[in-house]
Design a protein around this ligand. Structure first.
Ligand code: HEC
Length: 131
């Protein structure tokens, strides 16, 4: 094997590594983001309860504004949204733009990588059984 070939293999390996790294969501980072950006108002996990904001277990496929016992804004209840990667990405980017009149006060999060990590973390709480 000549040097050029070795270099080529090395480059390919590195490129592939970078590519996989960029594609895979980072759950630990998602958890950190949830803790720093969402958990003052929301909770997830077996002990999650709605508080200032609704609890966010099993969020994917949930109709917006549908948890019994939580006092949503009329705007959220009437929004007719089902939470998915697409609707959550748009909501997090600008809550008041997707749901005008929502009572969630949040500046927005639009960094694609951060949103992907955060959504992967939320998805990991999809099957949680409440205790
Ligand atoms: C300052 C408090 C606050 C912060 C911070 C906050 N939220 Fe909210 N969130 C709320 C409130 C209040 C509502 C209810 C909105 C309504 O009824 O209009 C809500 C609603 C939601 C809903 C709709 C849930 C449902 O049952 O339909 C989602 C999804 C959501 N928030 C996700 C997030 C995520 C993810 C973060 C962090 C990136 C976050 N929120 C940060 C207060 C907050």
């Amino acid at each position: 094997m000549n040097n050029a070939c070795i270099m080529k293999k090395l480059c390919l390996t590195i490129l592939l590594g970078l590519h996989l790294g960029a594609g895979a969501a980072d759950l630990a980072n998602g958890q950190r983001l949830f803790a720093s950006r969402c958990s003052s108002c929301h909770s997830v996990g077996p002990f999650a309860r709605s508080g200032f904001g609704p609890q966010l277990n099993a969020l994917f496929g949930r109709r917006a504004g549908s948890l019994p016992g939580y006092g949503y804004s009329t705007a959220m209840k009437r929004s007719n949204i089902v939470w998915s990667d697409k609707t959550l990405t748009s909501f997090l980017d600008d809550p008041d733009d997707l749901v005008p009149g929502t009572k969630m006060r949040f500046w927005g999060m639009s960094n694609e990588k951060q949103v992907a990590d955060l959504l992967a973390y939320l998805r990991s709480q999809q099957q949680v059984q409440l205790r």
